[in-house]
Write a protein that binds this ligand. Structure first.
Ligand SMILES: Nc1ncnc2c1ncn2[C@@H]1O[C@H](COP(=O)(O)OP(=O)(O)OP(=O)(O)O)[C@@H](O)[C@H]1O
Ligand SMILES: [Mg+2]
Length: 196
């Protein structure tokens, strides 16, 4: 399965999502993470620490893809419409992370308009959801569902442990921290929605 993670807005958790979905898929079968971002955040992540799967740039990805069962592709923010078309065509599922704030949601709706015209198989993932009693996550979920847009039932909570994991170059499930378990469970649930 080829899963691409893309969004119009920067900083919405694309790389974090690509990395944790790859961690989940690796527990099922050999998985390759292709870092399609020139900022190279996934590659930096793997150079800092230790990840349970291989991370390569796009060029190597083309050569290595056939040796892997699952491929997750991380992409840079603000893709041009033409780039988005290419990305959408080349995957089985496009995951669109969005934070539950007005600016990110507007960018997501804009992107979804294009994806729907392309008949892409895509699903929106709410990320960096602020904790209770803030209701931004629930409100965004309701609004997206009302608009009839495909959405993961699980969202990703805002937890500082995700930043710690990035600094240490590991996925959250490699950290010993009660919050790490909660954080990891969010992505496992999303993974199970994709491939039980
Ligand atoms: N669920 C979360 N809770 C808290 N912090 C998070 C969460 N997800 C991501 N972050 C942090 O938010 C920042 C942006 O995340 P990330 O790099 O995954 O986003 P991105 O969409 O790939 O950004 P860019 O557009 O720059 O590539 C990082 O510091 C990351 O550690
Ligand atoms: Mg990124």
């Amino acid at each position: 399965m080829i899963i691409t993670v893309a969004a119009f807005k920067g900083g919405v958790g694309k790389s974090t999502t690509a990395l944790h979905l790859a961690t989940y898929l690796q527990s099922k079968a050999d998985t390759l993470l292709v870092d399609g971002d020139l900022n190279r955040s996934a590659l930096d992540w793997s150079n800092r620490g230790k990840l349970p799967f291989k991370v390569v740039d796009e060029k190597q990805g083309v050569q290595l893809a056939r040796f892997y069962e699952h491929i997750v592709i991380d992409t840079p923010a603000k893709p041009q419409v033409e780039e988005l078309k290419t990305l959408a065509k080349g995957c089985d599922l496009l995951v669109v992370p969005t934070t539950p704030d007005a600016i990110a949601l507007a960018a997501t709706v804009q992107m979804v308009d294009i994806l729907q015209k392309l008949q892409t198989n895509y699903r929106i993932l709410l990320t960096i959801i602020p904790p209770h009693p803030n209701k931004a996550g629930e409100d965004a979920k309701t609004a997206l569902e009302k608009a009839g847009l495909p959405l993961f039932q699980t969202g990703i909570r805002r937890l500082a442990v995700f930043q710690r994991a990035a600094l240490e170059g590991v996925p959250v499930n490699a950290l010993k921290d009660p919050y790490a378990r909660i954080a990891w469970r969010c992505y496992v649930r999303v993974g199970e929605e994709i491939l039980p």
